[in-house]
Design a protein around this ligand. Structure first.
Ligand code: DQA
Length: 147
């Protein structure tokens, strides 16, 4: 049996992890986080494609093509797009795949503008507040859900 493929997307400014506000986001780079996630994926018997873009349209293009490319599910940390991108919401709703919203920090415990998520209502669930481990917990949750 071919392993399930999961698309992992990170949005604006997450390429700055490790340097960007480490007291909030920790000291691991996105490459570190993706390397740990690949090791977990191997353990769980799934295949990952881990991507990053600072551009909303690029993330949407990846989502819109994901089902056709044989992906079974999505993990997405949309960065600040979370709070205002209805285009990302629509893409997640329309992409035909279950998606988990991921955040390193807990936006609900931060500034007011972070309290609203456009993405949450289009996702299967949200994992937030566990630092780099949020990605790993979300992957475990998605794999359990996919069965
Ligand atoms: C974030 C939370 C967002 O509010 C913020 O804009 C980010 C990172 C997180 O992972 O905690 O860029 O998505």
């Amino acid at each position: 049996m071919t392993p399930r493929k999961i698309l992992v997307l990170s949005g604006p400014n997450l390429d700055r992890l490790g340097k960007r506000e480490p007291h909030i986001y920790g000291t691991q780079t996105l490459q570190d986080i993706y390397a740990g996630l690949q090791a977990l994926a191997h353990e769980l018997g799934v295949e990952l494609s881990c991507q990053h873009s600072n551009h909303e349209g690029v993330l949407i293009d990846w989502l819109n093509g994901a089902e056709e490319q044989g992906f079974s599910g999505v993990l997405i940390n949309p960065g600040a797009l979370t709070h205002y991108s209805w285009a990302l919401h629509d893409s997640l709703k329309g992409c035909g795949l279950p998606a988990i919203e991921v955040h390193l920090s807990n936006p609900a415990a931060r500034e007011e503008f972070r309290h609203h998520s456009c993405v949450g209502p289009a996702a299967l669930g949200t994992v937030a507040g566990f630092g780099a481990n949020s990605y790993a917990l979300a992957l475990r949750g998605l794999v359990l859900k996919l069965g």
